[in-house]
Design a protein around this ligand. Structure first.
Ligand code: ARG
Length: 588
């Protein structure tokens, strides 16, 4: 198992605290953190200041006592005390080299299995049938998939749930419209080219044609009553929508499959039970004929208590009722320890109220319910991202444009490459840029969609990271070295990896931050932290690449060691991007 220096230092300082001040100091967090500035060492321990009161001593004196008691010769130089009592730690080069060699041999790249494997349900993508996915669903899909992959990689049991919106009164209208289009005849009907157009046309007919509107209303009743013919048409429509979504999933390399679809209609039979159980628990109150829960702490702008409506006056159930049934299913049946909802920020209050209600009903137990909210995608004008004519942007067209723009850039860079290869590269670069542009911005904030920024080869972008990988691949190609073959052998040969200067040192230190970053992403559910890390890693590699010749190095031992560093960087970049759902390439 590869080393995690922060964990190691934490253990050492924990022991030091106990031996310096007694066993009652066991379990105190020594506050070991990576230093922001290399001048203050690689890591800092800030515990001395926080102990000053308890021990009644000046923090610098405490820091000295900790340092005297710390046994860390094997991994670090003697620490220095700075300012009021910071302990600055510089790791030894031999230790870093050794840790890097371990990393190279470790298929999990230093990421340790979790102490307790959790079952994590992730609700993401979750578009609505009979409507095109919009940019918000793109965000959910891309962020959710990155989280699913990362939690999976860490070793948790991940269950993906595509909570497809496939139920509601509009489906009565839509099925009736399908009949008008000839869908009642199973053999004859074709597919749907444009889901939005279907919806728009059906709605127009509904508004204009009172006879159709009446038929549509009857169709809703038939659908809810489970009429066979109606159900068949509705299923066709849902299937057709899923086909549309699947094209986008495949194109984006999203790991969702049909089996992960657990649509709203799946919960239909459970809804009456949800309401009955809430009633039996005494949690229901009637308001204007509707049945509601009033979880405490939610008020409208006019300071009125807010209801969570679970059943309408006409007996119909709602979005919230389905989500409550979903919680029971996910925790009760699927056995979730953690349920994650990757849904836009506007639904924040909905989830807060649903979670609170589920808790009050005792359906949550020890599990955690987490709304992973995200901000909106804005256009250059700072307003919601729309086409020039004010419509929502169709994802397929957006992805087409990404590939076209990337193709132009790739062509400029390599005019002589054959068309097929260029197209392939453009696809990987274009889609990677869109996904990364989304993932790299602080999740909860809105972000401005900018082709220029996300397709730039400089800065925190996918092309920059992919380019770093390409550089490494080209070193191996030029050197005639298999990029996948092991560079160092077993045992003593690991010592062939050596740190000869500060640029190499900085790169290795950065490599060791991979595992803690993955752990942090799994805790905070913020993929942008992984993006920031990969950017720092690629930048450290960039410096190394400028300062440290690899193939041109005379000294064969140094050359081999540097190749090992290149290989390590490539492995980390490839894995990191893979966790974000982004491909790497050999040339670009
Ligand atoms: N279909 C919903 C929408 O498009 C998102 C569903 C999110 N998941 C959930 N369990 N409510 O807004």
């Amino acid at each position: 198992m590869a080393e995690n220096p922060r964990k190691r230092l934490t253990e050492i300082f924990d022991r030091a605290l106990r031996s310096a001040f007694g066993e009652e100091f066991a379990g105190i967090d020594p506050m070991v953190r990576p230093s922001q500035n290399p001048r203050f060492g690689d890591f800092q321990a800030n515990v001395a200041m926080s102990l000053a009161k308890t021990l009644g001593k000046p923090p610098r004196e405490i820091a000295q006592a900790i340092i005297d008691a710390a046994e860390m010769d094997s991994i670090a130089e003697t620490p220095e005390i700075a300012g009021p009592g910071f302990i600055n730690i510089r790791l030894k080069n031999e230790y870093l080299a050794d840790a890097a060699a371990d990393l190279l041999a470790d298929p999990s790249l230093g990421v340790a299995a979790p102490e307790r494997v959790q079952t994590v349900v992730i609700d993401y993508s979750s578009p609505n049938a009979a409507k095109e996915m919009h940019v918000g669903h793109l965000r959910s899909t891309v962020i959710g998939d990155a989280l699913a992959r990362t939690l999976d990689f860490l070793g948790h049991r991940v269950i993906r749930q595509n909570h497809l919106g496939d139920w509601g009164t509009q489906f009565g209208m839509l099925t009736e419209y399908l009949i008008d289009l000839g869908w009642a005849n199973e053999e004859r009907h074709g597919g749907i080219d444009d889901l939005n157009a279907l919806y728009r046309d059906a709605k127009a007919k509904f508004d204009r044609d009172s006879d159709f509107a009446e038929r549509a209303r009857r169709r809703v009743v038939a659908l809810q009553a489970g009429d066979e013919e109606t159900l068949r048409l509705w299923k066709d429509l849902v299937e057709e929508s899923l086909n549309h979504f699947e094209v986008i999933y495949r194109r984006l390399g999203v790991s969702l499959t049909r089996e992960d679809t657990c649509a709203e209609s799946f919960y239909n039979d459970a809804l009456a039970g949800v309401v009955a159980d809430l009633d039996a628990l005494g949690l229901l109150r009637e308001s204007d004929g509707a049945r509601c829960v009033f979880p405490p702490g939610f008020r409208s702008r006019d300071d009125e208590v807010l209801p969570l409506i679970v059943q309408k006056k006409d007996g119909g159930f709602l979005y919230a009722t389905t989500d409550l049934a979903g919680i029971r299913h996910r925790i009760g049946t699927l056995g979730a320890d953690r349920v994650i909802y990757v849904v836009g920020a506007p639904q924040k209050q909905h989830f807060e109220m649903v979670f609170k209600t589920a808790e009050m009903a005792g359906w949550v137990g020890d599990a955690s319910l987490e709304h992973v909210a995200f901000g909106s995608v804005l256009g250059n004008d700072g307003r919601p991202f729309k086409t020039r004519s004010g419509e929502t942007v169709k994802l397929t067209l957006l992805l087409d444009e990404a590939e076209e723009r990337a193709a132009r850039i790739i062509h400029e860079k390599n005019p002589t490459l054959d068309e097929e290869t260029k197209k392939d590269i453009a696809r990987i670069v274009g889609l990677g840029a869109v996904k990364y542009g989304d993932l790299s911005s602080d999740r909860v904030k809105d972000y401005i969609f900018s082709w220029e920024r996300m397709l730039a080869f400089e800065g925190n972008t996918a092309p920059y990271l992919q380019n770093a990988f390409v550089r490494i691949r080209s070193i191996f190609r030029k050197g005639g070295i298999d990029p996948r073959a092991p560079i160092l052998g077993e045992g003593a040969d690991r010592a062939a990896l050596k740190i000869t200067n500060d640029t190499e040192r900085a790169l290795v230190l950065m490599m060791l931050h991979f595992a803690p970053t993955i752990e942090a992403v799994c805790r905070s559910l913020e993929p942008h932290r992984l993006c920031g890390y990969l950017y720092d890693l690629a930048s450290a590699f960039h410096h190394f690449y400028e300062k440290c010749p690899v193939l041109k190095t005379e000294d064969a031992a140094v050359k081999r060691s540097r190749l090992a560093l290149c290989r390590n960087t490539a492995d980390l970049l490839e894995k990191g991007l893979d966790l974000l759902g982004i491909e790497v390439l050999d040339r670009m």
